[in-house]
Design a protein around this ligand. Structure first.
Ligand code: SAH
Length: 246
């Protein structure tokens, strides 16, 4: 190659590298901006009213685009659930924030999540400072979520594949339990694994008529309150046999 040609090639390479770097930085900025807008409009905005400052701060930090399939990243901060493969979905940001706010978590509390899915909800709980235990029934999703959480540095999350109906007895009791798939009744093992004073948020009911229910355990007493109509994927596994037998 002649001298001018070499020079030209070097310049071109440097140009592309700079352009790609700029593009990368811009992409991160674009996502951060989209996250800010999501918090302002979809979470704290009129008619939504998420008010817990720690929850809002965490939602503006966790990179939701890292938890959705590559082709859907541009839509990661929109006001909707998104498919994550295997017929499952990552919940709408508002529902994630709402459920998190209802749990009123303090840093260091132990939380069980049933239905890891993408791992996004687990990341939000971890970013709040909770010790998170999360179970996913579809092995491929469980593996992918564990890899994503590890890659992003969430060391306070333990993820495993399995049926969450029986909870996670070795890690119990929990200060809080969050269920992101819907059974028709609250699984009794989950109530048993809740501490005295513990909270559980769980969608209950058939797909056409579900409500998020907030439970509080006070000794032998269980206080229940329906807080929001919702639509979650049904809980699978052991619970299905129980529904048939009823
Ligand atoms: N929290 C998730 C969204 C979960 S969607 C997120 O942030 O992305 C509900 C998930 O519950 C699905 O991935 C589904 O496979 C899982 N699931 C259904 N039944 C389950 C069970 N019995 N135990 C554990 N996970 C279950």
């Amino acid at each position: 190659m002649s001298k001018p040609a070499v020079l030209m090639a070097v310049c071109l390479a440097a140009f592309w590298e700079t352009a790609l770097l700029c593009l990368g930085a811009q992409t991160n900025d674009t996502f951060a901006l989209a996250r800010k807008r999501m918090v302002a409009q979809q979470l704290a905005g009129p008619g939504r009213d998420i008010t817990n400052a720690r929850v809002l701060a965490v939602m503006s930090r966790v990179p939701r685009h890292e938890f959705v399939p590559e082709g859907l990243r541009k839509e990661a901060y929109e006001d909707q659930p998104l498919p994550i493969g295997q017929g499952q979905t990552i919940s709408q940001p508002y529902i994630v924030a709402f459920m998190t706010e209802q749990l009123a978590l303090k840093p260091g509390e132990r939380v069980l999540e049933v239905g890891t899915g993408s791992g996004y909800q687990a990341a939000v709980l971890a970013e709040l400072g909770a010790q998170v235990f999360t179970i996913e029934i579809i092995e491929e999703l469980a593996k992918r979520a564990a890899t994503t959480l590890q890659r992003l540095g969430y060391t306070n999350v333990q993820a495993r594949a399995g049926d969450g109906y029986q909870g996670w007895p070795e890690a119990a009791p929990f200060d809080a339990i969050i269920v992101t798939c819907a059974p028709e009744q609250v699984p009794p093992p989950l109530i048993a694994q809740l501490k005295d004073g513990g909270r559980m948020i769980i969608p209950i009911g058939p797909s056409w008529n579900q409500h998020l229910v907030l439970l509080r355990k006070h000794g032998e007493k269980l206080q229940k309150q329906a807080v929001l109509p919702v639509r979650f994927v049904p809980m699978k596994g052991e619970v299905e046999g129980k529904a048939l037998r009823r």
